[in-house]
Design a protein around this ligand. Structure first.
Ligand code: ADP
Ligand code: AMP
Length: 209
């Protein structure tokens, strides 16, 4: 049973590494961003409340995200362990999570801010299967189409430059303080998130022992 958290700025590569690692470890990958986007796409009450915050690059209010996450953690799919990607993002969320589930390790994706804007503005994904691409570092074989199912790739509305700048500021203001919170708990491991995907994956396995 492993309970892991990936912490780090938007674009650090958390989702890319989490998808692969969760499969290897046989644990549930819980990306709060992805779950929220599926609520937006389905037009649920939560999705309708969250959408404006997300498009602007702001955080969705804690009470909404916490209620959503609690339900996900209680689901049978998470009973064998989980990997949280994009949660917690505020001190209130981290404190609430402490009361919900004991964590084994928090991995901090440490990366220079200069890389993030380029990674995010070049990110595209398949709306059908969710695969994530990058026009520079992981382009699809056929331009604009998913390798897996041929669906036209799309850009997230919050990956446009103005929203990205807001998200990077919000990260510094609201999420970066969690580094100290988890350092004090003795759970934080720093991961050098610069370099190619496979190199980071190797470092990640080493960090997890
Ligand atoms: P996060 O989940 O932290 O926001 P993603 O995993 O979605 O970040 O990665 C952001 C973008 O950068 C995507 O387009 C992804 O393909 C690309 N990417 C992820 N890891 C790397 C890496 N190590 N080197 C280059 N590009 C990467
Ligand atoms: P992500 O896919 O992790 O980049 O998240 C996309 C967006 O979803 C964020 O910019 C927020 O608007 C929202 N979001 C995701 N996770 C959280 C969270 N833990 N708390 C608040 N908002 C979140």
């Amino acid at each position: 049973m492993q309970r892991l958290v990936f912490l780090g700025p938007p674009g650090a590569g958390k989702g890319t590494q989490a998808a692969a690692l969760a499969q290897v470890l046989g644990i549930k990958h819980l990306s709060t961003g992805e779950i929220l986007r599926s609520h937006v796409a389905a037009g649920t009450p939560l999705g309708r409340e969250a959408e404006g915050f997300m498009t602007a690059g702001q955080l969705v209010p804690d009470r909404l995200v916490l209620a959503m996450l609690e339900a996900e953690l209680r689901a049978p799919a998470a009973s064998a362990g989980f990997l949280l990607d994009g949660f917690p993002r505020t001190l209130a969320q981290a404190e609430a999570l402490d009361g919900l589930a004991p964590l084994d390790r928090v991995i901090f994706f440490d990366i220079g801010e200069g890389t993030l804007l380029e990674r995010l503005t070049q990110r595209r994904h398949c709306p059908q299967c969710g695969l994530v691409y990058n026009l520079v570092t992981k382009p699809p074989a056929t331009p604009g189409r998913c390798d897996q199912d041929g669906t036209p790739l799309v850009q997230r509305s919050d990956d446009r430059e103005d929203a990205v700048r807001t998200r990077l500021r919000v990260y510094q203001e609201q999420t970066a303080p969690l580094l100290e919170f988890y350092t004090r708990q003795g759970r934080l491991r720093r991961l050098d998130a610069n370099g190619p995907v496979e190199v980071v994956a190797t470092r990640l396995r080493a960090a997890l022992g």
